[in-house]
Design a protein around this ligand. Structure first.
Ligand SMILES: [Zn+2]
Length: 570
């Protein structure tokens, strides 16, 4: 039995994510986790919300709520939606958890002990009225370039010019509107990533099985220009993990918190601690410490391509710098972007379909299948309502759903709701089994390799093979001349449904569950070969005709949704 630690990039807390976010990390990670569990392997699948930083504070202020309360509510909402999509996290944690506080402070202490942290004095805008330093986007004023009067300290939204807060004309606090601002000196901690450059380089060179895209992004950041830069790990904010050196105070750092980029990936580890505490103290270190049993763990991370530098450099710098035997990532699966109807999905502009809206109009399996079978793997991909309608209607309704319906209903009308006995395989059945064996092997190879689209293609081909067999065997004609052979054909068809349920479950878990329930299968076993799998339902076993697995999307619905989602989300 293999052991798989699987993490999905952790979604930011400030709102509900769109389908592009979903297919860029959480959904393919769930596919892989479900597949590995189905193969009998031990899996720990973790995800969490990323809760610190300025955007969380701003979103809470917009919602008129204290930031801790806002984050707690949004976490609950994101967790519910994840359940709705059947994302099978073993734990969905929070980067604001006490476990992450302690672990982040621990890492900072270890890095300081290793002389990998230096103090830097910087100048930053301080608001006397608010009694706090203001991050760039907390400062508003008039743009020196275009005269827009609500330009932010980091950028003018009107003319898109990048700004420094000191560029703004008549700067004011976005918190209180006060113009009583001054530039003060403040001290921050920097992680000496530059000192870890050789270690990181050697580690990346050891990853000979990584995709070229991943290693080239990492190498670019490592070597281009002046090379990997030291990076600030603290901020002058209230909301975040207080700066401490392990268990001890950090003189001069009172009132400061760690920068969100530093604590967010540490939550991958802390989340295992949260999982343990939620499950009666399960041993989490055997997943994360190579000196405590994690040596045989294979660790896979899923993320969008924009997250690759953090996962290949920044987080590994934290781990390597600690000098402790933490498990490091073995394989990193990154994705391109899913576009929406000729443009981009956009959270800030409310453009596209958001996860809660998607579940309001259709069950999770429809989305899971379409998104995974069209996932932006080797290049960006495009969501349009036409493509979505075509994919769902053709693959799910016409091929899989139709097969299940025809076989079970025909059996009920001719043999009753019982697996019929009699008859022997002929050439047609042997040919089908040979094809399914070859496809089963290839499907497993593609799933092992996390080739999501190729896996979906293979699964679809497995469904199609059954449909074509049924069409050619035509038990509705056979039964008039040769009821025994018709019984064999239908028994094979019922076994195929069971075969499909097992293989399809990682993609469409609800439909798979319905198929298994109809066939009274409690615990599905991953098939070792098609021949045995298609002989697993004993003649005489009863079953129940399931309800239609998938409804077709009508042109009317499609147009309706197209209109409804044409404007931005309110
Ligand atoms: Zn401007």
């Amino acid at each position: 039995m293999q052991r798989h630690l699987i993490t999905s990039a952790i979604p930011y807390i400030n709102g509900i994510k769109h389908l592009g976010n979903l297919v860029g990390s959480q959904l393919p990670a769930d596919l892989y986790a479900r597949y590995q569990r189905a193969r009998g392997n031990e899996v720990l699948f973790l995800c969490a919300t990323d809760e610190h930083g300025t955007p969380a504070e701003l979103a809470a202020a917009n919602a008129g709520k204290p930031v801790a309360e806002y984050c707690a509510e949004m976490h609950k909402i994101q967790a519910e939606i994840a359940k709705g999509f059947r994302l099978s996290f073993d734990h969905f944690g929070r980067s604001s958890s006490p476990q992450n506080h302690a672990l982040t402070q621990h890492f900072a202490g270890r890095l300081a002990d290793a002389d990998l942290i230096r103090e830097v004095t910087e100048k930053q805008v301080y608001s006397n009225a608010d009694g706090r330093f203001l991050p760039d986007r907390y400062i508003e004023g008039t743009c020196p370039n275009c005269g827009y009067d609500k330009a932010r300290g980091d950028q003018c939204e009107n003319c898109t010019k990048q700004l420094d807060p000191t560029d703004l004309i008549e700067p004011r606090s976005a918190v209180s509107g006060s113009t009583d601002l001054e530039v003060r000196e403040t001290k921050h901690l920097y992680l000496r990533q530059s000192a870890l450059k050789d270690d990181l380089n050697a580690w990346i060179d050891s990853k000979t099985d990584w995709p070229l895209l991943t290693t080239s992004i990492a190498k670019k950041w490592l070597h281009d220009g002046d090379g990997l830069q030291d990076r600030g790990i603290t901020r002058d904010l209230d909301w975040g993990i207080p700066v401490r050196r392990g268990d001890a105070d950090w003189p001069g750092m009172e009132g400061k918190v760690f920068y969100v980029w530093f604590d967010a990936p540490i939550e991958y580890i802390a989340c295992a601690g949260e999982w343990s505490d939620a499950h009666g103290g399960a041993d989490w270190e055997r997943w994360w410490r190579t000196d405590k049993g994690a040596d045989d763990v294979r660790y896979t991370q899923f993320m969008g391509k924009d997250n690759v530098p953090f996962h290949t450099l920044s987080f590994p710098a934290t781990i390597l710098g600690s000098g402790e035997p933490w498990k490091m990532v073995d394989h990193l699966k990154s994705f391109n972007y899913l576009n929406y109807d000729g443009g981009q999905f956009s959270t800030s502009q409310g453009r596209g379909v958001f996860m809660d809206q998607a579940l309001e109009i259709l069950p999770a399996d429809y989305w899971r299948w379409w998104l995974l079978s069209n996932c932006p793997e080797t290049s960006d991909s495009e969501f349009t309502w036409e493509l979505f309608q075509q994919g769902v209607n053709k693959d799910l309704a016409d091929v899989l759903g139709n097969f299940v319906s025809r076989v079970t209903k025909f059996c009920r009308s001719k043999f009753g709701e019982i697996v019929p006995k009699g008859g022997v395989y002929g050439d047609r059945e042997e040919t089908l089994i040979a094809e399914l064996d070859a496809r089963l092997t290839r499907y497993a190879q593609m799933m092992d390799a996390m080739e999501v689209r190729k896996s979906a293609q293979e699964l679809r081909a497995i469904w199609v093979a059954g449909n074509e067999y049924l069409q050619a065997a035509a038990p509705w004609a056979t039964i008039k001349e040769d009821p025994e052979t018709a019984a064999m054909q239908i028994r094979l068809g019922l076994n195929l449904i069971s075969f499909y349920a097992t293989l399809s479950a990682p993609f469409i878990p609800d439909a798979a569950q319905k198929m298994n329930t109809a066939l009274q299968i409690e615990k599905a076993q991953w098939p070792s070969n098609a021949s045995d799998a298609l002989d697993s339902l004993p003649a005489g076993q009863s079953f129940a005709v399931p309800e239609n697995l998938f409804a077709k999307i009508s042109d009317e619905d499609r147009k309706d949704w197209q209109d409804r989602f044409a404007g931005g989300r309110a």
